[in-house]
Write a protein that binds this ligand. Structure first.
Ligand SMILES: [Zn+2]
Length: 216
């Protein structure tokens, strides 16, 4: 039975690397897939991983009907054996419904990869719809770590090095460029709640006024 699978995780947990790996494994078996992505760090129509691999992808624009796109491909003699969607958190809820229809009506596997929650710990609309509709949800095994060594479960946004909890839900930034105007860092829930990034923890360690982190 074809499935809609949601591979979820924090930023920097290896989602795109796994997406590329799944594509590679299937094309090695002679299967052809369509890869959708949205706002990839490498630019429009690209799926890239932090390990430096890049492949061509179809940019899933905001108003694009993903189901209709695939039906169009198939009806023009194109071959599609499976579908990969990266950055699925950025898709509109209706686009996730379209993906469910791809599974049910076109009988294709759809592997969606995305971040579950935003920098305010709220579900992204696309991820929420995936949780509601997916046949299966996989929490990625390649776990990112907080600076304290605990499992990083939350995404923090930093502006000028300070963690912020207000602002637009989607602002392009990257964990690999923390010095940029808007950056991101993955944290455990405890340190997300305390707004303690690796930078502020380092600064706090130098200040005698700050309670030790391990106090609870
Ligand atoms: Zn922590």
């Amino acid at each position: 039975m074809p499935e809609l699978v949601f591979f979820s995780g924090t930023m920097d947990c290896g989602k795109s690397t796994l997406a590329l790996q799944i594509g590679h494994n299937r094309s090695a078996r002679g299967l052809q897939g369509v890869i959708f992505t949205r706002d990839d760090r490498a630019g429009e129509g690209k799926l890239s991983s932090r390990l430096g691999l890049v492949t061509e992808a179809v940019e899933a624009a905001e108003s694009m009907d993903l189901y209709a796109y695939l039906v169009g491909l198939l009806s023009h003699g194109g071959r599609v054996d499976y579908v990969i969607v990266d950055e699925a958190q950025f898709l509109a809820p209706e686009q996730i419904d379209q993906l469910a229809r791809v599974v049910d009506d076109l009988e294709l596997d759809v592997f969606a990869f995305g971040i579950t929650t935003d920098f305010r710990t709220r579900l992204f609309p696309g991820s929420q719809r995936l949780i509601e509709l997916a046949d299966r949800i996989e929490a990625l095994q390649v776990e990112a770590l907080c600076w304290c060594g605990a499992r990083a479960t939350h995404n923090a946004r930093t502006v000028g090095g300070e963690m912020v909890v207000e602002g637009e839900q989607v602002v392009v930034g990257d964990v690999s460029r923390p010095a940029a105007e808007t950056g991101y860092e993955v944290l455990c829930r405890r340190h997300h709640r305390r707004r303690m990034t690796s930078d502020s923890a380092r600064a706090g360690a130098l200040s005698p006024d700050v309670l030790p982190v391990a106090s609870d």
